[in-house]
Ligand binder design. Structure first.
Ligand SMILES: [Zn+2]
Length: 432
């Protein structure tokens, strides 16, 4: 994952751009990928596909010709999708178009103007403070032309057409934690799933430009939407912080419940938050009206109450490979795989027994004097095996992790005391 990051991070990956295409083509060598193309100008629901954008040169210089800012030195020195502009401007006029990072004096900020067209340059606060001349020369040579927006799709088919969606965006030029980490973790997750046999659900990973990529894909695949049972948006998975799970707009969905209980068993330092309360991304398009897929997001952002939220180097030139690590990426990949693995096993637990199980007869009795909590749990879980509770429902009712319930259910499965069903199969007699 770090090798891919080192190879791709510095590319000029704007929404529709050569750098984005180059990165996506490279990723397509890692896993079997279909690349969907949507032409500039095409209407997708209420949106329109943007033009391809490229920058030939962009710089600021003194009237004497001293170069102060140059996009050749860093891709973030020009606003993404900046209009072309060339002329002599007053310092005041320049400052209306010169962006700096609000807190980091030595960082160049990431600024984009996809839909409110304007020209703009970005610099460090230090550079801006040194600008004392009355007039400067600005040159921004950018080009807008018809192109195609591209969405990469990796599919791991399961027995069922019911699908879990994964998504990550690739449109942040010369930055790493946001957004390349989500992409490489997603690719690695798919690589693992491709080697897993007997998957019940189908998995689709989308690699796309933020927001417009999700709208483009969904509007062209409306037939797939009814089969989308849940999803996870992936990003900011390399910084040194605990995992954050943000629920969908339907926090009581079976998918949300399962993710919540499984997450408890995967990162003891992790925290959770309501929809839109941690960090909003492409999951918004999946949760939106007419789509309504319960898509959660997993990241490592700092808690919203903590000042460097989402993380110190966010949307700046300091978001480099230096702030992420292979170890954390692997840990995040394992959290995502753990969440998906729980969903695969989240069947309705159908009891083959009536009454309490004769536990000692099956060799699964736990001595309540030695392990009172384990003994109580065993009974509490057994009581809920009735063909009407999924594994995650039992975990939710008991306030424990999915994995803790699964440990007991696995023993019951081994002794053929229960089976799992994808549909409810109530075993209690009906009463009128
Ligand atoms: Zn971002």
């Amino acid at each position: 994952m770090m090798d891919l990051i080192n190879e791709l991070w510095y590319l000029r990956r704007d929404l529709v751009s050569d750098g984005y295409d180059q990165a996506l083509n490279r990723l397509a060598q890692e896993v079997p990928m279909t690349i969907h193309e949507y032409p500039s100008g095409e209407q997708c629901w209420t949106w329109r596909i943007p033009e391809k954008w490229s920058v030939q040169e962009a710089y600021l210089e003194t009237l004497a010709g001293k170069r102060l800012i140059d996009v050749a030195h860093h891709p973030l020195h020009v606003v993404s999708y900046s209009l072309p502009f060339e002329g002599i401007v007053t310092r005041e006029e320049l400052f209306d178009h010169l962006y700096v990072h609000p807190t980091l004096a030595d960082a160049i900020p990431f600024v984009f103007k996809y839909y409110q067209r304007d020209w703009g340059l970005c610099a460090t606060q230090r550079l801006k403070e040194s600008l004392t001349d009355e007039r400067y020369r600005v040159v921004i040579r950018t080009r807008f032309e018809p192109g195609t927006l591209k969405v990469g799709e990796v599919i791991v088919p399961g027995k069922s057409s019911q699908t879990v969606m994964l998504a990550a965006h690739l449109c942040h030029p010369a930055m790493v934690n946001d957004d390349l980490t989500g992409v490489v973790v997603g690719v690695d997750v798919m690589r693992q799933l491709l080697q897993t046999t007997n998957l019940y659900y189908t998995y689709r990973l989308l690699i796309l430009p933020e927001t417009i990529g999700s709208v483009a894909y969904l509007s062209h695949h409306e037939d797939l939407i009814p089969d989308m049972v849940g999803g996870l948006f992936l990003e900011m998975l390399g910084n040194d912080s605990a995992h954050a799970l943000q629920f969908s707009l339907q926090p009581d969905s079976a998918f949300d419940r399962c993710m919540a209980t499984a997450f408890r068993g995967l990162d003891s330092q992790g925290y959770t938050g309501a929809y839109r309360s941690i960090v909003p991304n492409d999951e918004r398009q999946f949760n939106a009206p007419g789509v309504r897929v319960p898509m959660l997001s997993i990241s490592r952002v700092e808690r919203p109450s903590y000042p460097p939220h989402p993380y110190r180097e966010y949307h700046s030139s300091l978001d480099t490979p230096a702030i992420v690590s292979q170890e954390r990426l692997e840990a995040s990949r394992d959290v995502v795989l753990g969440l998906l693995n729980a969903w695969e096993h989240n069947g309705y637990v159908v009891n083959h027994f009536k009454g309490e199980i004769f536990l000692s007869g099956y060799g699964i009795w736990i001595d309540y004097r030695e392990n009172p909590e384990g003994s109580r749990r065993l009974f509490e879980i057994m009581e809920r095996c009735d063909g009407e509770h999924r594994v995650a429902d039992i975990a939710t009712e008991l306030g424990i992790s999915f994995q803790a319930v699964w440990e007991v259910i696995a023993k019951f499965l081994e002794k053929d005391l229960v089976s799992l069903s994808v549909v409810p199969k109530p075993t209690a007699p009906r009463r009128s």
